[in-house]
Design a binder for this molecule. Structure first.
Ligand code: HEC
Ligand code: HEC
Length: 321
């Protein structure tokens, strides 16, 4: 550990920012400062990538003038879910992402690249289509991700990756109770009807001040956020907007219930989801689409309780091929 610490501190000095090895073997980190990048070709690409991810709707959204650039199917931004432009712990950060690919992915049962992972969010979270690998947009996004991993060694275990992993409730998450939480804690920004608040008008490609959380302009049912456990962890650590995982205001129960409510509402449907997780043992117990674990209803997969499903999986009972 001492030696690892020394290597990491050496790296930190070398790159001008701090990485600290924590007791659990997970490293603390801060995103590097984009302001310090020179205005050369690389710096320009990194800044372009950041702009694309912050204002995705303006560059590749469904309302942009050039129809050939309409890759995203909704008017969200990548940073609608990747908080602080991918630099917030438990806010789906991108710090360390670039150096964690190529990576084995359970959804595909194959080793995927960073580009393929970006396109995973394009087809699901953005309810759109793949960006071509050679496109300027893909290169710009990759450049920003590359920059965010400055000084992070391949294989590093970073603190605060993804979203909070909440302990599953012993009961099913309750969309009816969640509706109350939504009304008091979320509707002020995301709207009673979940449609959010546009910055301007429909058709202006200017996106949202408060993004929609369901309906035609939201993420589709194949997105990570469509899983109740994942949405609950995201919401607990990041919502209502202004909090972080250290200042969370919702209880775990409220987070599960409101996640259940949001994900009980209509949203775009992704076709061929039965092709996801071809190795069925990899399928998350809360993936709420067919094929299901034998003996458990679609509702139980969606809202829990998940313990019995997990136990069945441990006994080798998996969804059918
Ligand atoms: C609706 C929310 C949402 C939006 C919008 C979204 N993502 Fe994601 N993204 C997620 C979630 C949740 C995960 C991680 C969980 C998972 O594996 O499904 C993720 C994971 C990723 C990862 C992998 C990170 C890692 O370290 O493993 C990348 C890269 C990524 N997204 C890029 C993008 C890009 C680029 C965009 C915009 C084009 C985007 N995402 C838009 C929710 C979103
Ligand atoms: C003060 C305004 C505000 C409140 C209140 C709020 N949000 Fe958000 N929410 C945002 C903003 C803004 C974003 C986009 C990310 C960002 O910029 O912080 C967002 C993003 C999201 C997202 C991911 C993007 C999407 O559109 O799907 C979800 C899910 C979400 N909020 C759910 C909730 C839930 C559930 C609550 C109540 C517990 C809530 N929010 C309360 C402002 C708010």
């Amino acid at each position: 550990m001492k030696q690892i610490n020394r290597i990491i501190i050496g790296l930190a000095i070398g790159t001008g920012w701090t990485v600290v090895a924590l007791a659990q073997g997970q490293k603390d980190w801060q995103a590097p400062d984009i302001g310090k990048l020179p205005d050369d070709k690389y710096g320009q690409m990194v800044r372009q990538g950041k702009a694309l991810m912050e204002q995705t709707y303006k560059h590749i959204g469904p309302e942009v003038k050039d129809a050939s650039k309409r890759f995203s199917g909704n008017n969200l931004a990548c940073v609608s879910c990747h908080m602080d432009a991918g630099s917030r712990k438990f806010g789906n950060p991108w710090v360390g992402t670039f150096v964690s690919f190529p990576q084995y992915r359970g959804r595909e049962d194959a080793v995927s690249t960073t580009e393929e992972r970006i396109n995973g969010c394009m087809e699901r979270s953005m309810n759109g289509r793949k960006l071509p690998l050679e496109s300027a947009e893909m290169k710009a996004m990759l450049s920003y991700l590359h920059f965010l991993s400055t000084g992070i060694p391949v294989g590093a275990k970073l603190e605060g990756g993804g979203t909070l992993k909440l302990k599953p409730l012993a009961r099913a998450a309750d969309p009816v109770a969640g509706k109350q939480v939504y009304a008091t804690t979320c509707a002020a920004c995301h709207g009673e009807n979940g449609q959010g608040m546009r910055r301007g008008k429909v058709g202006d490609a200017d996106g949202y001040q408060f993004p929609p959380v369901w309906g035609a302009d939201s993420y589709n049912n194949g997105a990570g956020m469509a899983r109740v456990t994942l949405a609950a962890g995201f919401i607990k650590g990041n919502m209502p907007s202004g909090i972080t995982h250290t200042t969370a205001v919702l209880t775990d129960e409220q987070a599960f219930d409101v996640a259940a409510y949001v994900n009980s509402q209509p949203r775009p449907v992704k076709l061929n989801l039965d092709a996801d997780f071809p190795a069925r043992k990899n399928k998350p117990v809360d993936a709420a689409f067919a094929p299901y674990t034998p003996g458990f209803s679609p509702e139980q997969h969606k809202y829990g309780p998940w313990k019995a499903i997990s136990e069945a999986r441990e006994k080798g009972i998996y969804p059918a091929k």
